[in-house]
Design a protein. Structure first.
Length: 512
């Protein structure tokens, strides 16, 4: 039975629990998790507050050494952690290895930032006066993450937050609790002091109630949330009451524009990976392929062939994708499939919906009776009047729409109101930069898929995809530090800015 860790101590199991199962074999229990209530989250925030002062006073280069130790432990345990990810959330093992590598890459980047938390010396307009700026930690950071990237995404928050001198309370997804437990153990064995990183296993309602109370008591200084747009909006409203700006990384309806001059096989390869990788359960998954009318039919034909030929099944093997993460995600995808209408044409597999003995898929390698496996679906003929076009789908489904002009393509791409990731396939630089200027996405790919992030590039979205905050690279430091300015007047007298300034008198009427 897994339970929360507060102030370095394991919390005794309570009466409420959750059973995390292997989605490829739902009869297999991965972990039993004791769920905390709202008070548990508040207690964790108090423990973080008590630990943060001492952690803040550890010199940043030394905090960087802790991050370096985390990275080394992750690399040494890479295969073991990847196996946990594959078993608990059904991510193909090759993808799980890549996810674990992302933690190591994040640590590799930030370990050096402990020596580069630079401020500036700024010249004053007064003599015998100096101006300075400093980065200070925000304090206690509450991090709430989803389970589709159960170890990589938490590292995007937790590693820089710790490096900057903050204490963290982390609420992982309960359906990825075994992943969270392994992640926490690696961080704890890197030598972090008790209370600097706390883990609270809780469901959504208790988490929200606890966060509301902790914010009301002044125990939380920053909230980081990765999850749905609907929940992110509620968290944004809650933080706004306390004049806080959370770091929100939300959903996506990510467009891929395929122009008339695109390399079609390359575009199809990108669509296959970004639409069906992780069974479409990424915030950066391809939502709609917006294809020029002159190549539309050929693109659909090639994508249909590729999807039918792809291997779907047991995530321990070499497959394009495995099962849905949990029953919750399977139920959500069933709702999405209900949006398919009579005006749509379906491609991509020998069936639609859940793979079963009565609804088989050619080449399927998983357990159809005990696993949460779904056919890949390509839906041609979607448009702004369709729920399928306007909403995030979070499953193995790709919509296809045709366009005539690039202006029309960009209008279609922006129509759903999300703004996370967008892609364009073209050989024309003019189209690339016209697209970049007008697309609402925070991230743009050229001749590459909508999915994929690197640890040193800003990650985040706009509109329904987030509030403009960015993760990764130098940019995330602004989420976990506050700028403080200091002026030091050693003239021995009061010098008043904008008033006691030496004036230079030019002769502006002079002419040659």
């Amino acid at each position: 039975m897994l339970s929360s860790v507060i102030g370095g101590a394991r919390v005794p199991a309570g009466p409420r629990s959750y059973r995390s199962t292997d989605p490829s074999r739902t009869s297999d229990t991965v972990a039993e998790v004791s769920l905390a209530d709202a008070d548990g989250l508040v207690r964790a925030c108090r423990a973080a507050r008590a630990a943060q002062d001492a952690w803040r006073d550890v010199p940043p280069p030394v905090r960087g050494q802790a991050v370096a130790a985390i990275g080394r432990l992750v690399e040494a345990n890479k295969a073991a952690l990847a196996r946990v990810v594959t078993r608990e959330v059904g991510k193909p093992y090759a993808e799980a290895l890549g996810e674990v590598q992302e933690i190591a890459d994040t640590c590799a980047f930030f370990l050096g930032e402990g020596r580069r938390l630079y401020g500036q010396t700024v010249p004053s307009e007064m003599p015998d006066k100096q101006l300075f700026t400093f980065r200070d930690p925000v304090g206690v950071v509450a991090v709430i993450t989803a389970g589709n990237f159960p170890v990589a995404v938490p590292s995007w928050y937790i590693v820089p937050a710790l490096l900057c001198g903050n204490a963290v309370v982390w609420k992982p997804a309960e359906y990825a609790a075994a992943c969270a437990e392994a992640f926490y153990e690696l961080f704890a064995h890197a030598g972090l002091p008790d209370g600097v990183l706390n883990v609270v296993y809780a469901d959504g309602p208790e988490t929200f109630a606890g966060l509301e109370q902790a914010l009301g008591e002044g125990l939380v200084d920053k909230v980081g949330f990765t999850g749905s747009t609907e929940v992110g909006s509620r968290i944004g409203e809650l933080c706004g009451r306390h004049l806080q700006t959370p770091c929100l990384e939300l959903g996506g309806k990510n467009p891929m524009v395929v122009t008339e001059d695109a390399d079609l096989p390359l575009a199809v390869e990108g669509a296959l990976f970004s639409g069906f990788g992780t069974a479409g359960q990424r915030c950066t998954s391809l939502g709609t392929a917006i294809v020029h009318e002159s190549v539309h039919s050929e693109f659909v034909r090639l994508l249909d062939e590729a999807a039918r030929a792809a291997v779907v099944g047991d995530p321990a093997g070499d497959v394009l994708y495995g099962p849905m993460i949990s029953e919750r995600f399977a139920d959500g995808f069933e709702k999405t499939l209900g949006w398919i209408g009579p005006s749509h044409t379906l491609y991509g597999s020998t069936g639609t919906g859940r793979v079963t003995a009565a609804n088989p898929r050619d080449g399927f390698t998983g357990d159809a009776e005990d696993g949460l496996y779904y056919h890949p679906v390509i839906v041609d003929g979607v448009g702004p009047g369709d729920e399928l076009f306007m909403n995030e789908t979070f499953g193995p489904i790709i919509g296809v729409a045709a366009y005539r002009t690039l202006d029309e393509a960009i209008t279609l791409a922006n129509a759903p109101g999300y703004g996370l990731s967008a892609s364009i396939y073209t050989t024309d630089p003019a189209k690339v930069f016209a697209f970049r200027r007008r697309i609402s996405a925070g991230m743009v790919s050229v001749n590459n898929s909508t999915s994929g992030a690197e640890a040193h590039l800003p990650f985040g979205g706009n509109g329904r995809s987030g509030n403009g905050s960015r993760q990764s690279g130098l940019w995330v430091l602004d989420q976990f530090t506050r700028w403080q300015s200091m002026n030091w007047d050693y003239s021995g007298r009061l010098q008043k800015a904008q008033m006691d300034v030496v004036e230079i008198t030019p002769d502006l009427g002079f002419r040659l």
